[in-house]
Design a binder for this molecule. Structure first.
Ligand code: NIG
Ligand code: FE
Length: 415
């Protein structure tokens, strides 16, 4: 077994301090963890209705993906090819592709179609060990279509074991019909979309793509302040393509998270650390965008920050649902240890979503969200590339996914 511990985000040298135990067991009742301890002791103390044998594998908390954009119709593999041949994300966006291409597909899809697509994606998340996702809208970009996407998220949350934390991202881009009327679109977000989202209790968070050519600092601040007034938590796409103060804005507003941060410099890091904002890093995105600049993760950790790592699953900049893959890349690109990456993809991610008291670690009182991995120890999480090691998934005490055991034992002695 390997798990972070605690209920608040772990940063600095605490990021990699996890609990690792051999021959351990987790006792669960009514969806919650009663006790974690030596298997022999727990077996003597509890009479189990059902036992899930990890068979020498490794048990870890369910992964929490703190940044995804999973409600969309249509894919953008052509843009991937264009980047392979040298085009940039900004050039593709300017020529009518990018976010606005997914907006066209999403607007023309019915609620039923979007729900079917989303449920399929949630199945994939679960098979890959993700038991909770933060899920953004941002491909509707008008009141009706943004609400449609939030309602699709609510329907999926009722129908699927993956827990969904909905985020309103109406300020993802300015839609084509407002191209020359940017202030009018900001007003639409402020005066119509946000009040409707809040009134319907359709989202927990509001996010803004704070970036040149998307939303500037002043408009972003207005949108985020209004969202906060209406009771929403705040997240920001910050310093992803350039640096112009988005991380400092996240700090000023004491946002729950500042995401991406590829271009965050020392001042940004200091501001985030002072304000206790969780950086949500997306290590695969620069690779997909063929951008050389990566988030300064080690400098953030040295400054005491408590990063989360996420897929940023979306049709444009990262068509990836696998957090295990993200852990491996966090090790390779950011030099995070396996323990640091595990904490970042579980406890810190849960804390950034306001769920640190309930999710993100294997401890008494927490919800029983856990994975059985068919690897002998947690180091394999970053060592094995591209294989899905998830043998079983438990969400709130229920076994919600179980794969046929592969040949032989799952690991060699550690559970
Ligand atoms: O997180 N940066 C803005 N949003 C997404 C990309 C969305 C898209 O290209 O469809 C991101 O990378
Ligand atoms: Fe994103």
């Amino acid at each position: 077994m390997a798990t972070a511990t605690g209920r608040s985000p772990r940063g600095g040298s605490d990021l990699g301090r996890i609990r690792v135990a051999k021959d351990a067991a987790v006792a669960v009742a009514r969806g919650k963890i009663l006790e974690v301890g030596p298997a022999a002791e727990l077996a003597a103390r509890y009479r189990a209705d059902r036992e899930l044998d990890a068979a020498g594998g490794t048990v870890v908390p369910g992964f929490v993906d703190a940044h995804t954009h999973p409600v969309f119709a249509g894919t953008r593999e052509d843009e991937f090819e264009m980047r392979t041949k040298g085009a940039s994300y900004a050039e593709i966006a300017r020529s009518g592709g990018g976010i606005l291409s997914s907006v066209r597909g999403t607007r023309s899809a019915s609620k039923e179609e979007l729900l079917e697509l989303l449920l399929l994606r949630l199945d994939r998340f679960l098979e890959l060990g993700t038991t909770t996702i933060e899920a953004k809208t941002g491909y509707g970009l008008d009141p009706a279509d943004e609400i449609k996407c939030l309602e699709v998220l609510a329907s999926a949350a009722r129908a699927h074991p993956v827990e969904i934390v909905p985020t309103f991202l109406g300020a993802h881009d300015v839609p084509a019909e407002y191209r020359d009327r940017r202030p009018a679109y900001v007003d639409l977000v402020l005066e119509e979309m946000l009040p409707r989202v809040a009134e319907g209790r359709l989202a927990e968070y509001c996010d803004v793509f704070v970036e040149r050519g998307f939303f500037d600092l002043d408009d972003s601040r207005r949108i985020l302040l209004r969202a906060r007034e209406l009771g929403l938590g705040l997240r920001l796409h910050a310093d992803q393509l350039s640096s112009f103060g988005a991380a400092e804005l996240a700090a000023e507003l004491r946002a729950a998270s500042a995401d991406h941060l590829e271009f965050a410099g020392p001042r940004a890091i200091e501001a985030l650390a002072r304000a206790g904002v969780v950086p949500v890093l997306c290590p695969l995105v620069p690779l997909v965008l063929r951008q050389t600049q990566e988030a300064p993760a080690r400098a953030m950790i040295d400054a005491g920050l408590a990063p989360a790592i996420s897929t940023d699953f979306n049709p444009g900049t990262c068509y990836l649902q696998s957090l295990p893959q993200v852990l491996a890349f966090a090790a390779l690109r950011y030099r995070m240890t396996a323990a640091e990456a595990l904490t970042a993809a579980t406890l810190n991610a849960a804390c950034s979503l306001g769920r640190g008291d309930r999710l993100g670690s294997l401890e008494p009182g927490k919800q029983a969200d856990l994975l059985v991995l068919d690897v002998p120890n947690h180091l394999h999480l970053v060592y094995e590339l591209g294989r899905n090691a998830v043998a079983a998934v438990v969400k709130a005490g229920e076994v919600v996914h179980e794969r046929e055991p592969s040949r032989g034992a799952r690991g060699r002695g550690e559970v």
